[in-house]
Design a protein around this ligand. Structure first.
Ligand code: FE2
Ligand code: FE2
Length: 376
């Protein structure tokens, strides 16, 4: 059996109190908060390491995003994945696991492996930061949310909330559209694949054993999960190439362009399953308890929503004067980290979290967004 992986790194500390300390250095007793020069700030932050301030900020935001991913993936794994030494916690919920397995018999294995990947992303990024003498990221003090009470859940406290999701499924049409790119057409609205998921709050896991019936309700919960998973992973799929454009060291660039495509592999796997969710025999499906409907998009016979067109359709890139290209989109770098925070917040993933949590995450995102590429 593989060894249990460590999810928490050593020596983490609270970044806000650290920042507070750094800005008051030398001003104690004078009642004046002095902002250090950016050079001194960089030295203080990286503690004599070789990471630039910007590179450390990029990796810290990535580490926070990965910790959050690992947290909700663990919730999926406890109920619908494979519980083992590699991804411990929970004991599985047979009925929920069954509806996921109906969509793809490998679903539990994919949940397990995606969860393990996120755990390693988070622990690698923190360990790398530490190895460079830079500050690491811990969100442990924000682990306050109650999770599922359904059979199979560990009952542990969580960072994220999978039970009140509002899911933006427009990535489905964004990657099937051969004429629009969000970077070139920021005002174009890509239609939702499952419009209902964007206009309410839905659970992606059974909240209690009451959610295990009726069967179409539980199937709809599983199908919500099957759309939530690629919705999250396409975010990572854009985040990493967007951040990479502001990395200064080649090694940090290498980290970002090596983790990013793993997110893409997750996205692609889940987007294939999501395509099944909007095709017969799984669609159309209406949850009898709340009316949430998964439409049959195969039936429309429209290229723009055709389920099995899961490869990224070529689209305009950089300039409309250049030939279309099959690419990840969006990848514009300005404000990407704050965009991710806003996207996840609107999704409802942080419902119940404290003001301090949002302040901390916003602080990390803004620092990452102000990173500048420092080499030519
Ligand atoms: Fe990840
Ligand atoms: Fe991921």
């Amino acid at each position: 059996m593989p060894e249990k992986r460590k999810t928490k790194t050593m020596g983490t500390s609270d970044r806000r109190s650290f920042l507070k300390k750094t800005v008051t250095v030398g001003a104690a007793g004078a009642g004046i908060a002095l902002l250090p020069s950016s050079h001194l700030f960089a030295q203080l932050q990286s503690n004599g390491g070789t990471l630039s301030q910007g590179d450390a900020a990029l990796l810290r935001f990535a580490a926070a995003a990965e910790i959050l991913e690992a947290d909700f993936w663990r919730q999926y794994n406890e109920l619908g994945g494979i519980q083992d030494n590699e991804v411990p916690g929970g004991s599985g919920n047979p009925q929920y696991t069954q509806v996921l397995s109906n969509l793809d018999e490998d679903f539990p294995q994919y949940i397990h492996d995606n969860t393990a990947d996120e755990i390693t992303h988070a622990s690698f990024l923190n360990a790398y930061l530490k190895s460079k003498g830079a500050q690491t990221v811990s969100l442990e003090k924000y682990r306050t949310l109650p999770g599922s009470k359904a059979s199979g859940s560990s009952g542990a406290l969580r960072l994220t909330n999978l039970m009140q999701l509002t899911v933006d499924t427009s990535w489905y049409t964004r990657y099937r559209d051969d004429n629009h790119n969000p970077d070139l057409d920021p005002n174009f609205r890509f239609p939702f694949a499952v419009p209902d998921l964007a206009s309410g709050q839905f659970t992606a896991i059974p909240r209690t054993d009451d959610d295990l019936n009726p069967s179409d309700h539980l199937q709809a919960i599983g199908q919500t999960a099957a759309f939530h998973m690629p919705t999250i992973e396409q975010g990572g799929n854009s985040l990493y190439p967007s951040m990479a454009q502001r990395a200064s060291s080649v090694e940090v660039l290498r980290i970002l362009i090596s983790i990013g495509p793993a997110e893409t592999m997750h996205f692609q796997t889940w987007s294939d399953i999501a395509a099944d969710v909007v095709s017969p025999p799984f669609a159309p499906l209406t949850d009898p308890t709340n009316g949430l409907t998964f439409p049959d998009l195969d039936d429309l016979e429209k290229k723009s929503v055709q389920p099995n067109r899961i490869m990224p359709q070529p689209c305009p890139f950089i300039s409309r004067s250049l030939p279309r290209c099959s690419i990840i989109r969006p990848t514009l770098t300005d404000g990407i980290s704050m965009n991710v925070v806003t996207f996840l917040t609107k999704m409802g993933l942080f419902i119940g979290q404290s003001k301090e949590f949002f302040a901390f995450l916003t602080d990390l995102a803004k620092d990452a967004d102000s990173a500048q590429r420092e080499c030519s």
